[in-house]
Design a protein. Structure first.
Length: 179
């Protein structure tokens, strides 16, 4: 991707927010980005936005947020209506959360630890998120069973998905396992 290195994380984030607002239409997203950020550097065409979105899909670095009204209001307040999530101001494409470890494990793990008490500022929330991910690294090293349990849970879910002919199956799990 030529000249991709010239954009920082904030610029990519803004491009992806515009892509969500454009409901996945990269050409429209580029127009929105140019209008909304007239002084920012602009990609020559929409291929850079499409490529950035593909990288997000492959790496899944963006957390999904619970749809509870209080959380949405707080996120809107902290991030000026610029967050991605279910029922949020920017749409996120459908995926298969029953089979995605980030959905059935990681985001719950992070959310449980970040929101165990109210955040007073966006900076405090960011720091808590960083701290939780640092702790996760430590937990994975200290608890040698965590990753094997995650792997086993993924295999169990894949098997149930096959048995359900690809339909949503999480409601049919006897008890979602705590990893």
């Amino acid at each position: 991707m030529p000249n991709a290195y010239v954009y920082n994380a904030r610029e990519y984030g803004n491009m992806l927010m515009c892509l969500g607002e454009a409901r996945g239409n990269a050409s429209h997203a580029l127009r929105i980005y140019r209008e909304r950020f007239p002084t920012a550097r602009h990609p020559a065409d929409s291929r850079l936005i499409t490529a950035a979105f593909q990288r997000v899909l492959e790496n899944r670095p963006i957390a999904l947020v619970a749809a509870g009204g209080g959380i949405r209001e707080r996120l809107n307040e902290l991030f000026d209506d610029r967050w991605i999530g279910r029922l949020g101001p920017h749409a996120w494409p459908p995926r298969s959360p029953d089979l995605t470890p980030l959905d059935f494990f990681l985001w719950g793990y992070v959310k449980e630890r970040v929101f165990n008490r109210e955040c007073d500022s966006a900076d405090e929330m960011r720091q808590r998120i960083v701290d939780v991910f640092d702790k996760l690294r430590t937990d994975c090293v200290e608890d040698h069973t965590m990753m094997p349990r995650l792997h086993e849970e993924m295999q169990n879910r894949a098997q149930i998905c096959l048995e359900m002919n690809g339909a949503q199956f999480e409601p049919h799990l006897i008890r979602p396992r705590r990893i």
